[in-house]
Design a protein around this ligand. Structure first.
Ligand code: FAD
Length: 336
């Protein structure tokens, strides 16, 4: 059976690797970051965890419910809230009754899910794939450090716009494949993580707010409410819209990109929110899928077995990534 390399240790890559291993396939994940999780990312700041990627988990399919309930049994996830408020031009609105369903989080940060899935997996971190060649019946993946990883089959789980420049040169035999990937659109986002004095009185009625039709802000989350045992100061996460993030994609100083979001939150909710004790900014160039493909994964055997997977195939969230990773493993096992 061919060896498999998976590019990316986000949820889709980790799920795919787990299924392939269970089927007896020799699989290695190559990941550019120092740890697993991808956009399911948590940052350790001031002695607590702050989710700078995935904020919460919703469950719809039976398969994903079973996965999340298993994580709940292990204490890796727990229910966070049922009430996500809405900030509209008419003010702050409580959720309707049919919007009151469980949202799950991880008390140790969302990355805890990835760390659990990464246990016992063969993962090479800190290796960004920067070049792809086909030699005989092997893929040759070249890393930024000059290392080469070879395998008979590849599963690529990075966002489609990052896949195209890498693989397009070797895929002239299947132009439809690249053309299909070019249809996938992502939006960027600027994330501000901000900590406030411990004595600050926090409104008790909401833990998270979706901003409706706002040109700058899309999300306001009281992140510290997910990590009660950390006993930290109040920590908020503010997410920008794609529209706002696009304006500062080339801005090197991320504080310049993030400051207007703090000011806006202060205007909308309470002036003290504009004056945190500390704050950090993160930029995601490929944060949210705008136009997913609507298929679980995409596969070809030309020039060699290759599967593309990720949230941009099956859906636009963590559940979509989970489904796509599982389907990628199934499709690859049929090919090998
Ligand atoms: C700010 C933000 C908030 C979000 N909030 C939610 C939410 O509340 N609920 C929800 O369900 N979803 C949310 N999402 C979406 C969710 O995070 C994603 O759907 C999911 O994490 C995607 O997983 P994935 O495996 O498809 O891709 P990714 O997590 O992007 O994984 C791809 C991996 O490939 C690696 N990689 C890329 N290029 C290379 C390369 N050249 N070489 C080696 N490795 C490479 C990356 O480092 C990454 O680890 C949010 C996303 C963001 C950014």
């Amino acid at each position: 059976m061919r060896d498999v390399i998976i590019i990316g240790a986000g949820l889709s890559g980790l799920v795919c690797a787990q299924r392939l291993r269970q089927a007896g396939v020799n699989v290695r994940i190559v990941e550019k970051a120092a740890g697993p999780g991808g956009r399911m990312a948590t940052q350790r700041i001031q002695g607590t965890w702050v989710d700078r990627g995935t904020q919460y988990i919703t469950v719809r399919s039976d398969a994903f419910s079973r996965f999340i309930y298993k994580l709940e049994d292990k204490g890796i996830v727990q229910e966070w809230t049922r009430a996500i408020y809405k900030l509209t031009p008419d003010g702050l609105l409580a959720p309707d009754a049919d919007d009151m369903y469980p949202r799950y989080c991880s008390p140790h940060g969302m990355t805890a899910i990835a760390k659990y899935l990464a246990e016992d997996q063969n993962i090479t971190f800190n290796q960004r794939i920067v070049g792809v060649e086909v030699k005989g019946d092997l893929w040759h993946l070249k890393s930024e450090d000059g290392d080469t990883f070879t395998a008979g089959a590849v599963v690529a789980t990075m966002p489609a716009p990052q896949f195209i420049p890498l693989f397009e040169p070797v895929m002239s035999g299947v132009p439809i494949f690249i053309r299909t990937l070019k249809m996938v659109k992502f939006a960027p986002s600027i994330i501000v993580m901000a900590g406030y004095p411990s004595q600050q009185v926090i409104p008790s009625e909401w833990q998270a707010i979706v901003c409706v039709d706002d040109p700058m802000l899309s999300w306001i989350g009281l992140d510290s409410s997910k990590h009660p045992q950390a006993q930290s100061q109040p920590v908020f996460v503010f997410q920008s819209t794609g529209e706002f993030a696009r304006l500062s994609l080339d801005e090197d100083n991320l504080e310049i990109a993030g400051k207007p979001l703090l000011e806006k939150v202060g205007d909308y909710l309470a002036p003290w929110l504009s004056e945190p004790e500390w704050w950090q900014v993160h930029r995601w160039r490929y944060a949210f899928v705008q136009e997913p493909l609507g298929v679980a994964c995409l596969s070809t055997e030309t020039p060699l077995p290759l599967i593309c997977a990720g949230d941009w195939c099956a859906g636009d969230n963590l559940e979509g990534a989970y489904q796509s990773g599982g389907d990628a493993a199934k499709s690859l096992l049929e090919m090998l």
